[in-house]
Design a protein around this ligand. Structure first.
Ligand code: SF4
Length: 272
């Protein structure tokens, strides 16, 4: 039985382009997109830790962006300034969108679980940016009957896909599996993706009724099978223009954008 350890971000990177995934594994280089994403995530984490909506205003959120700003990965000062303004605009949009329907119960929660897929053993590890308790009828014991949403903040410039497209993304399904493993007593677990765009937040709610979960599991099994069999052919797409290995790629040079990788330490493993 083959065994793999992967995060949702690694699954997304492999699905985008296996060749780029292979070429960038183990690289520690920080890109501008990584720096911006990390600063925005840290600002939101600390803002919520100090009370968030109802306790703090927009200016506190912007001040936290300044406190946690990272300068690595920028070509020059003007690129860094443009990124800083984008970060400010994204956080203003987050604040303007308001708290949403749920009550946050955790932030930056690192989780693991183990999944059996077509005879392979996949160890998933990932970080929930936020976990919300959604309104609904509570059950007889803590968690029983309630509803949970694990929230993922996206700062990248990609056009937000539709919820039904995201449902079949191995990365989003991996978040769902991690959440299902760690909140087994809740009647419903969903994934909420918040695209923090300067012009406004785009919210996508991804639920997994049994038929959708079965299809997503097949997609995930295909991706894991490709990784195990060493399928690393280039797959050109919207992310080629910012690809760090574009110069050595025979099929690159497409004119748009990319996604970043994440990392961190993780909590106890559970079996999904
Ligand atoms: S240039 Fe495009 S196709 Fe080539 S490795 Fe990079 S992302 Fe993949």
């Amino acid at each position: 039985m083959a065994e793999l350890q992967l995060s949702p971000s690694q699954l997304a990177a492999y699905q985008d382009c296996p060749r780029r995934y292979l070429a960038t594994q183990g690289q520690r280089e920080t890109t501008a997109a990584m720096s911006l994403g990390a600063a925005v995530h840290e600002a939101l984490f600390h803002w919520h830790q100090r009370g968030g909506f109802g306790m703090l205003g927009q200016e506190a959120l912007l001040a936290l962006l300044a406190d946690h700003w990272r300068r690595e990965g920028y070509a020059d000062r003007s690129a860094e300034a443009a990124s800083y303004h984008r970060g400010q605009a994204s956080l203003r949009a987050y604040y303007a969108a308001g708290p949403g329907p749920g009550v946050p119960i955790a932030h930056e929660a690192y989780r693991r679980c183990t999944v059996q897929l077509h005879g392979h053993r996949l160890q998933l590890r990932g970080r929930f940016d936020r976990v919300d308790l959604l309104p609904g009828i509570a059950g007889p014991s803590p968690g029983a009957g309630g509803r949970i949403a694990v929230v993922d903040y996206k700062v990248s410039r990609i056009e937000p896909p539709l919820a039904r497209q995201l449902a079949l993304s191995p990365a989003i399904f991996a978040y769902y599996l991690l959440a299902r493993a760690h909140y087994p007593h809740y009647a419903e677990v969903r994934v909420t993706v918040l695209y923090l765009r300067p012009e406004g937040v785009v919210r996508r709610e991804i639920a997994y009724p049994p038929a959708v979960a079965a299809r997503a599991r097949e997609w995930l099994a295909d991706v894991v099978g490709g990784l195990i069999e060493g399928e690393m052919q280039p797959r050109s797409g919207a992310f080629c223009v910012r690809c760090r290995v574009q110069d050595s790629c025979p099929t690159g040079h497409c004119p748009t954008l990319t996604l970043g990788l994440e990392g961190g330490s993780y909590g106890p493993t559970k079996v999904c």
